[in-house]
Design a protein around this ligand. Structure first.
Ligand code: SAH
Ligand code: SF4
Ligand code: F3S
Length: 503
């Protein structure tokens, strides 16, 4: 097998940069170890881009800054410090953030510099000092593993008038002891980060460069965070990681815990807590994990299983480690072990060298699996990646666009058909809050992750409600509430009304 040379590049690149002139004054030391009195009544505003990991990381950043004496504000106009937690996955994502940054820079000028700007997350990691050269009004640049340093870096930037940077990637940092502030949470469902980084090195993907190597968080701290959430009234957790199902933790006694075991243990914290996870890799979707889905009623019957492409040769060039046939066999296995399982995926159109016939293999794979949902993208070349260095981004822009549109059209058709098949069925829906369109209606999710809207009547946020599906759009189910229920009760009812999974 071809050695994954990029992993070595990554290790060499772990440079610690700090633009301070070494005056190790006592204040800096104090800030590093705790509360910064000079934070005073400074207000911080955090804007988050990218994936769920970033949403959770912004909560960690908020928690670190609150501990240090900063206030958190939801109004950007009131903020003394504005932090953008950024994403680098595609060129478009970066472009959007650059536009936002230039707006904030002109605001900083208007306020005579009395506004500190920070770039956090994956763009900070990717661009490092370039961000400082090109965007010279940025005060701090902080990578995803250096958030504990933020108070100190803000202090340094403020005290020296120079930008402060820490983009060091760590093999240890999992922020295991930090309870993230859940300021955008609906109070019903919460993210719990269980691992960070990715070792897979898919040839198109920048994540291993921006997030570094995989590191799993200790089981005990995960379970205590989940217990705390249950005590606070949360009804659903989504375990998070860039490659969540490659989770693997070995404790001091040498006992190792796999992802399947972890999910099982999390599901036993409370029978009334729904458990989801994101985002998984097909190579780590084991029979053990599928069995946990089958046997634990509160582990949702939904798996996000990103395939990326339907052609084996393209999958090989993407370095996805499975063939089309192996992936299809996995989805069959999932459907066999977990009847009614809902599957979703990620797809990339127009990867380097993709022929028309290969593109059609993606369409035929979609026909074979029939996903309930998909995230669909045009290939976007990312600097540093193997594909950027070794392959040619040779599918013309209009062809990429057309292929993406074909994929989207087919997926919309499948989603519509799948939703239409729901009419007449009854689902247990966890109420998340009012629907987007009307305060008179609630939005919630079925076990399969499908969004359901129904008249709110006397039900409350956080209730499990049995809802009969009467109608649908291509993205949402519309129903009528029948009665309140519990997950335990729903599991009993379902086992009476559906066929047993296996002999
Ligand atoms: N760890 C997950 C994916 C995380 S990134 C997995 O392996 O499936 C989320 C999605 O962004 C990917 O699944 C992929 O579909 C898409 N993506 C990543 N890099 C991309 C690129 N260079 N161009 C277009 N889409 C990309
Ligand atoms: Fe990127 Fe996902 Fe591949 Fe990791 S597994 S390199 S995050 S696409
Ligand atoms: Fe974007 Fe980084 Fe997430 S690149 S998708 S924010 S891991």
């Amino acid at each position: 097998m071809e050695p994954i040379e990029d992993l070595d590049v990554l290790d060499e690149e772990r440079v610690r940069q700090r633009e301070v002139d070494g005056e190790a004054d006592e204040d800096l030391d104090r800030v590093k170890h705790g509360y910064d009195a000079t934070a005073g009544d400074k207000q911080v505003y955090i804007e988050t881009y990218g994936c769920q990991m970033n949403v959770n990381d912004s909560g960690i950043v908020a928690s670190v800054l609150e501990e240090s004496g900063y206030g958190l504000t939801r109004e950007q106009a009131e903020a003394d410090v504005v932090l953008l937690n950024t994403c680098a996955i595609r060129e478009n994502a970066e472009r959007k953030i650059r536009v936002r940054l230039s707006m904030l820079r002109s605001e900083k000028e208007k306020r005579d510099g009395e506004l500190m700007l920070g770039v956090l997350g994956c763009m900070a990691e990717r661009l490092r000092e370039k961000l400082l050269e090109q965007e010279d009004l940025v005060d701090v640049v902080v990578g995803p593993d250096a958030y504990r340093d933020l108070p100190q870096l803000l202090y340094e930037a403020d005290a020296t008038g120079q930008a402060a940077v820490n983009v060091e990637l760590s093999k240890q940092e999992t922020y295991e002891d930090i309870q993230p502030v859940r300021y955008d949470s609906n109070g019903v469902s919460a993210y719990v980060s269980i691992m960070r980084g990715c070792d897979n090195m898919c040839t198109f993907c920048v994540v291993p460069f921006t997030r570094g190597r995989e590191e799993s968080r200790p089981v005990t701290t995960i379970l205590s965070e989940v217990s705390q959430l249950v005590e606070e009234g949360y009804k659903e957790v989504t375990l998070l990681g860039q490659n969540v199902n490659s989770y693997h933790y070995t404790d001091e006694s040498g006992t190792s815990v796999s992802f399947a075991e972890l999910v099982d243990r999390v599901s036993r914290v409370s029978t009334e807590l729904r458990v989801r996870y994101s985002t998984s890799h097909p190579k780590d979707c084991t029979d053990d994990l599928l069995t946990v889905h089958r046997d634990r009623p509160n582990v949702c019957n939904y798996i996000h299983l990103p395939v990326q492409h339907g052609n084996t040769e393209v999958l090989d060039r993407m370095r996805r480690t499975y063939t089309r046939e192996e992936y299809l066999a996995l989805t069959e296995r999932a459907k066999e072990l977990c009847p009614g399982v809902s599957l979703s995926t990620d797809l990339i159109a127009g990867f380097c060298g993709e022929t028309e016939a290969q593109h059609e293999d993606t369409l035929s794979l979609m026909e074979a699996v029939r996903y309930d949902h998909a995230y669909m993208f045009k290939y976007s070349e990312r600097p540093q990646t193997y594909a950027a260095r070794k392959y040619e981004d040779d599918v013309p822009a209009d062809t990429k666009q057309r292929r993406l549109e074909e994929i989207i059209e087919l997926q919309n058709q499948h989603a519509k058909e799948s939703n239409e098949a729901e009419i007449g069925r009854v689902h247990t829906v966890l109420v998340e809050g009012p629907s987007k369109k009307s305060d008179e209606q609630f939005f919630g999710r079925a076990d399969t992750n499908k969004g359901v809207v129904f008249d709110r009547e006397d039900y409350e946020k956080g209730d499990y409600v049995r809802v009969r599906i009467d109608d649908c759009t291509s993205s949402t189910l519309l129903g009528t509430a029948l009665e309140q229920t519990t997950l335990e009760e729903a599991a009993r009812t379902d086992s009476i009304t559906t066929e047993p999974a296996m002999a």
